[in-house]
Design a protein around this ligand. Structure first.
Ligand code: NOJ
Length: 491
């Protein structure tokens, strides 16, 4: 843990520029059919600002922040098992305590409030609700989310709940082989039905699965995330199909059990394809690439079919009914946007595009995988809106880690994070001002947390967390975000 000089609220307010604003830093059949009923911003943004009513929020996930892994009847998840397996986490840590959000949620909601956010995206831990994954529910598990939701609403913050952010009950991994079996897809729908039946009187927005793509590849192909499997290419495609099926079954279960007016969609880290140069030919090529490279995720969810190229190799086993379920109508698409996956150039080849290799000199943020490419924040929602006629989009995650060293005066001047956010938000503003229907933005993350196999070494928070004392302290980026929200324009 790095040494950290504490400073008073007044000092921080001065440093961060909040006093000048008179604010205290700490005071406080085809998936194409969409309901389009969100009451979000519809008017275009002003030349420099975001649309009126644009929803600003922050995001976290259960295993990364909650801790309390053995409390009130929670069962073990595949991440408990994985993190406790030697050699899996770079700093040998785990999420046993994490940020202790389970006990400190009220304090954390005050942090959200002090930023001026009006929405919070969190995830529900399936093994809290069903310790064995299925069968008997544990009412105490859901009680935590009842308390959380009530406290959010009492503070004027809308809850956006993700049903699955990778913490599969270990019992389902043991019993069915987890997502290698469609029994897990069905169990997911039962859990989704149970939760929506009990929370949808207050929670109006549900995300089914967070980043199908990462849970499939890192968890089942590279072995870098739980459950740590390294499957064959055809088995990986089957897992991907089962996950997509789980999404579709959950959409149906949520509709059948939720109150009227409930909205549902995925939160996907779409493979991002950026025109290398913004010519009409390259833009078209980037659209084609987006559709092909997301064939197992957004394309099948929104079109109800796999592309020919996708089925040409290692095709999964599926039925026509599966495709109908996977493409059950959704109300919005959630997009986690971090970096350009590919710069695309139009090509006179069978695919119609070339993916430009990244030169070794391409820059990265603190995490070496995180290549900054702010225009990703423009192109991903634009492609999704155009390709599939999507009418409502949320940016469900965006952010970066930073080395976050406190300066001599004790402040964390995380200006690399501010640089990153400013550039991405400028591109988001470009998108909304052109009418791309993005209704809100959730910054990842409210606070430093357990960054999966990177343990606590990659800090993504606007708030620094001292993992010994659990004390939260705002970084300079918290002031940047607060100012952006207050102006409804990039600060
Ligand atoms: C996306 C994941 O949803 C989240 O859990 C993770 O912490 C961030 N990316 C940063 O890597």
């Amino acid at each position: 843990m790095m040494p950290f000089k504490r400073f008073s609220r007044r000092q921080f307010g001065r440093i961060a520029g909040w006093s000048a604003l008179g604010m205290s830093a700490l005071s406080s059949g085809s998936g194409l059919a969409q309901s389009d009923a969100d009451s979000g911003p519809r008017n275009r943004a002003t030349p420099s600002g975001f649309p009126d009513g644009f929803l600003w929020g922050t995001a976290t996930s259960a295993y990364q922040v909650e801790g309390a892994v053995n409390e009130e009847g929670r069962g073990p998840s595949i991440w408990d098992r994985f993190a406790h397996t030697p050699g899996t986490i770079s700093d040998h840590s785990n999420g046993d305590i994490a940020t202790d959000h389970y006990h400190l949620y009220k304090e954390d909601i005050q942090l959200m409030k002090s930023l001026g956010t009006k929405a919070y995206r969190f995830s529900i831990a399936w093994p809290r609700v069903f310790p064995e994954g299925a069968g008997s529910a544990n009412p105490k598990g859901l009680d935590f989310y009842n308390r959380l939701v009530d406290e959010l609403l009492a503070n004027g913050i809308q809850p956006f709940a993700t049903l699955y952010h990778w913490d599969l009950p270990q019992a389902l991994q043991d019993r069915f082989g987890g997502w290698t079996s469609r029994d897990t897809s069905k169990a997911f729908a039962d859990y989704a039905a149970h939760v929506t039946g009990r929370l949808s009187d207050r929670v109006k927005h549900f995300f089914t699965i967070n980043e199908c793509s990462r849970l499939v590849h890192h968890g089942h192909e590279f072995g870098a995330d739980a459950p740590g499997l390294k499957l064959s290419p055809s088995d990986v495609k089957q897992v991907r199909h089962n996950v997509a099926l789980g999404h579709g079954l959950a959409v149906q279960a949520i509709r059948a059990n939720g109150r009227a007016g409930i909205r549902v969609g995925p939160a996907e880290n779409a493979v991002s394809c950026i025109p290398a140069i913004e010519t009409p030919a390259n833009i078209r090529a980037a659209e084609i690439a987006t559709r092909e490279l997301n064939a197992g995720y957004l394309t099948v969810m929104l079109e109800g079919k796999y592309t020919e190229a996708y089925l040409a190799q290692d095709a999964p086993k599926f039925t026509a009914e599966d495709l109908r379920i996977i493409s059950s109508p959704i109300d919005f698409v959630g997009l986690n946007v971090y970096m350009p996956d590919h710069y695309v150039v139009a090509a006179d080849n069978e695919r119609g595009f070339t993916l430009a290799p990244f030169p070794k000199s391409f820059p990265h943020m603190k995490a070496t995988w995180l290549r900054p490419g702010p225009e990703t924040m423009y192109w991903v929602p634009r492609h999704v809106a155009k390709l599939w006629n999507v009418k409502s989009i949320y940016i469900t995650e965006n952010g970066t880690s930073s080395s976050d060293q406190p300066a001599a005066d004790g402040t964390i001047y995380d200006v690399d994070r501010i640089m990153y956010l400013r550039n991405y938000l400028t591109q988001l503003q470009r998108a909304t001002s052109e009418g791309v229907p993005v209704l809100g933005y959730f910054l990842w993350s409210l606070m430093d947390n357990f960054e999966w196999s990177d343990g606590y070494e990659q800090r993504f928070g606007l708030y620094h967390v001292d993992f010994e004392t659990r004390r939260r302290t705002p970084k300079l980026s918290a002031a940047f975000y607060r100012e952006t929200i207050a102006r409804n324009a990039v600060a």
